[in-house]
Each structure stands twice: as structure tokens, then as C-alpha cells.
Design a protein around this ligand. Structure first.
Ligand SMILES: [Zn+2]
Length: 244
């Protein structure tokens, strides 16, 4: 795997030695050049460990041994502020706010190669390979609904629902707290309020863009999310107990 060195000044020493997470991002900027400039600009205070441009060229900005500033305020399964124990990977894509485009197959090929290497090196569990939107659903949507989690899954990276669930039933009000509790048990930061409130809608959007990309638009009100979440929670438990 060819990796170009393009060091960024935006990092700090890793105090927690264990690398537990891989967080995937898109840059949301117009070009790779602009993205790299920002990720290496001291004033921006943002960075990542690895960057993949439109052509699938891979660069290292921050050494794995240091903390890059990519996730910001974040949470997963009772872990907070995930920069300290994660590797951040940025993929060039204009993003949902500019002109969101399909990820290039060369980008995904090199990403898969990189993640397999990191997984092996640091013994990272599939349950801990996530998108930025999973860990910051209240403020981030990357890598978004076009990110091909299914292609990663084919190479044994990450977890996804194990089967298609076709049941389409309108979610009852009494099921909202059940969905909230299951989302929480799966790992998302969410409170069980019994209402379809803003935090719930944002978490459901994040959930759909990663774990239910094939679902119809009114997924938020589809009770099939309940068996999907139960399936994912059992996969979570398997992933956490599995010796890699
Ligand atoms: Zn991000």
C-alpha cells in the first residue's frame, strides 16, 4: 500500500495507548487540494490520520501514535470524545451540502485495504468501525447515505443487518420508547423520552444512512426498525466477545 506523507500540525500525543475505533468521514469540500490545505492548516484545528483523494491516492497526515482532531464532540456505547482512541479517515467527496457524489471505486478499494491493515494491526472490532454521523448524529451527516457500507461488509469490515426485513408497519406511538431504548443499547447517544423529538429524528437519520440505506423514505415511522435493531444488537455482542 503506497502512502504519501503530508504531515499536519494538528495533533496531540496519544495518552490512551489503545486504538479502539475507526471513524470514516467525507471532507465536504470542493476539491482534494482544498481539503488537504484545510487539514494541514494550523488555524483550522482539524486533521485526520489518513486522507484519500478522488483518484484513490492515500496520504498520511498524522501518525497513528498521535491523536488527530477529526471527530470532535462524539459518543458511542458509553465512550466519549473518540479522538483519543480512534483513527480518523477522510475521503474526498463534496458532500451533501455541495454536490454529493458516489464514492469512486478506487477510493473504496484503497479504503478497504487500509482498514483491513488497521483492523489487524490494532485488533479493532467490527462494531467499532463507524461513520462520523454515528458518533455525532446531532451535528454531522458524513460519510452519508451514498457511502457503500455493503462493499466493506463483503470484505468483513463493520456490521450490517444480516437479512432484509420486509415488514412495513407504521410505528405506533407506544413503540417510540422501545426504538429509543434499542438505539441506545446499540450504541447511539439518545435519551428515552417516549416522543419522536429532534434528537430521535437525528439519530434515526444517522442510523438509516448507515444501517438501512435501502429503506423507503418514511423509515422513521416503520416498525421494522425494531427487529433490525435487535439483530444488530446481537451482532454487536458477538463482535465485542469475538477474539479477532
Ligand atoms: Zn466528519
Amino acid at each position: 500500500m503506497k502512502i504519501a506523507n503530508k504531515p499536519s500540525p494538528n495533533y496531540e500525543a496519544r495518552r490512551y495507548r489503545k486504538i479502539k475505533y475507526i471513524i470514516i468521514h467525507y471532507t465536504g469540500m470542493g476539491s482534494a487540494k482544498a481539503s488537504i490545505r484545510r487539514l494541514r492548516d494550523k488555524k483550522s484545528k482539524v486533521s485526520c490520520h489518513y486522507f484519500i483523494d478522488e483518484k484513490g491516492s492515500l496520504s498520511r497526515l498524522v501518525d497513528d501514535r498521535n491523536v488527530a482532531w477529526h471527530a470532535g464532540m462524539s459518543f458511542w456505547n458509553s465512550d466519549k470524545s473518540l479522538n483519543k482512541n480512534s483513527i480518523g479517515i477522510e475521503i474526498q467527496n463534496k458532500g451533501e451540502h455541495l454536490r454529493y457524489e458516489k464514492f469512486k471505486s478506487k477510493q473504496i478499494q484503497i479504503l478497504i485495504e487500509l482498514i483491513l491493515d488497521l483492523k489487524n494491526k490494532y485488533n479493532i472490532k467490527d462494531y467499532h468501525i463507524l461513520g462520523h454521523s454515528d458518533v455525532s448524529p446531532d451535528r454531522k451527516t458524513d460519510p452519508g447515505y451514498l457511502f457503500p457500507w455493503n462493499l466493506l461488509k463483503k470484505k468483513k469490515i463493520g456490521i450490517l443487518p444480516s437479512r432484509k426485513i420486509l415488514r412495513k408497519k407504521i410505528l405506533k406511538n407506544t413503540e417510540i420508547p422501545i426504538v429509543q431504548a434499542l438505539l441506545k443499547e446499540f450504541g447511539y447517544q439518545i435519551q428515552v423520552t417516549e416522543n419522536m423529538d429532534l434528537q430521535t429524528i437525528l439519530v434515526l437519520n444517522a442510523f438509516q444512512s448507515h444501517y438501512a440505506q435501502d429503506r423507503m423514505k418514511n423509515f422513521l415511522y416503520d416498525s421494522s426498525i425494531i427487529p433490525i435493531l435487535r439483530d444488530l444488537i446481537s451482532q454487536k455482542n458477538r463482535s465485542l466477545t469475538k477474539k479477532n
